[in-house]
Design a protein around this ligand. Structure first.
Ligand code: ZN
Length: 355
């Protein structure tokens, strides 16, 4: 029996095993020796050529070689797996001393805040909040508000038309027209309508093609100009401080008669004159008036029985005045450096000095 071939095979195997570094080449090595066509399997096949006397000893030798290879392969496999696990644990280590992820808490946009303040005030006076459509019909945006197609005052509001009859609303007044119509000319109305409006304007520090409006409308029997004035006086004190006064100046709006511009005394200089009020001591803050009889009539109200007042203001302008914002575009460009200035502190207070 020639055992030198077995020794050579074992030496070859031992040498090859040393070069193995991964499970794949380990498996290949195992097949090379113990597979169906492997070298050790070949030795087994040779048993049939041996005499009965030689066979047991030879068989035992081959078996020992086989067991040696098997055991060495398994040992190597365990080593490779342990190394892989070690590698993985290293790469997946969690450093518990790292600081946690911080979540940014958002802040309310200054316009939303002004709108909510104004809504709160009017809700307290018993008004309802009504919202309408930003895409409107020409009828509700203009005609129902005493602005027929040929009316020159339409030029006051450069309009985004979608089609001949469909447009982006230029003011929140169509909400009023719709509510009046829905009430059928009989019920009293006491609403405010906040929302976005659109005008074809070249954007600059004081103009934006999109801005917000809040309009108010009160219709009932025996509503007078004095009711309007009293309401707006209360409003000015609530939003701009208890010492504010208001001043009415005659003006023109197609849907009110008479119409007024409303100024508040300057909250900055208290009337002495400063840059905010352009040295006048007064700040123009809203437009208002008694509802035009034609508007009442078109909605089915009898102007001899019902009267009312309406007012409109821009929360953008209120926010700019209140927070000292110099460019209206800051309100729409979503620059976090700007918006983060309006973060509320944990106790709900404001971080910017409230006026
Ligand atoms: Zn002033």
């Amino acid at each position: 029996m020639d055992t030198s071939q077995m020794s050579r095979i074992q030496d070859d195997f031992d040498a090859s095993l040393k070069t193995v570094e991964d499970a794949r080449s380990l498996q290949d090595l195992k097949v090379r020796y113990l597979g169906k066509k492997g070298e050790v399997t070949g030795l087994m096949k040779e048993m049939r050529n041996l005499s009965n006397e030689e066979r047991p000893a030879y068989g035992q030798k081959v078996n020992e070689l086989r067991q040696h290879i098997d055991a060495a392969v398994e040992e190597k496999r365990a080593e490779i797996e342990a190394a892989a696990l070690e590698e993985r644990l290293k790469s997946e280590t969690i450093d518990v001393t790292l600081p946690g992820r911080t979540f940014n808490i958002g802040s309310q946009h200054p316009i939303s805040r002004i709108i909510e303040d104004i809504e709160d005030f009017f809700l307290g006076l018993g008004y309802e909040i009504q919202e309408g459509y930003e895409v409107e019909t020409d009828y509700y945006n203009f005609e129902a508000l005493n602005l027929p197609k040929s009316h020159p005052a339409r030029d006051m509001q450069d309009t985004f038309y979608i089609s001949e009859e469909i447009l982006l609303r230029t003011h929140t007044s169509p909400v009023q027209a719709r509510v009046l119509e829905a009430r059928g000319g009989k019920e009293a109305v006491k609403i405010i309508c906040p929302g976005k409006v659109y005008r074809r304007d070249s954007d600059d520090a004081t103009h934006s093609h999109q801005f917000t409006q809040i309009e108010g409308l009160v219709i009932d029997k025996n509503i007078h100009m004095s009711d309007l004035k009293g309401t707006l006086e209360l409003f000015a004190k609530e939003i701009f401080g208890g010492e504010r006064e208001i001043r009415l100046r005659p003006s023109f709006f197609p849907f009110t008669e008479p119409s007024v511009e409303v100024d508040i005394s300057c909250f900055k200089c208290k009337g002495a004159g400063c840059s905010v009020c352009k040295k006048s001591g007064w700040i123009e803050i809203l437009g208002a008036g008694m509802v035009h009889p034609n508007v009442l009539r078109m909605a089915g109200y009898d102007p001899d029985e019902y009267s009312g007042f309406a007012f409109g203001m821009g929360p953008d302008r209120v926010a700019m005045l209140k927070y000292g914002i110099e460019d209206i575009r800051h309100l729409y460009t979503n620059d976090l450096r700007f918006i983060n200035q309006f973060k509320q502190t944990e106790d709900g207070g404001e971080t910017l000095e409230s006026l």
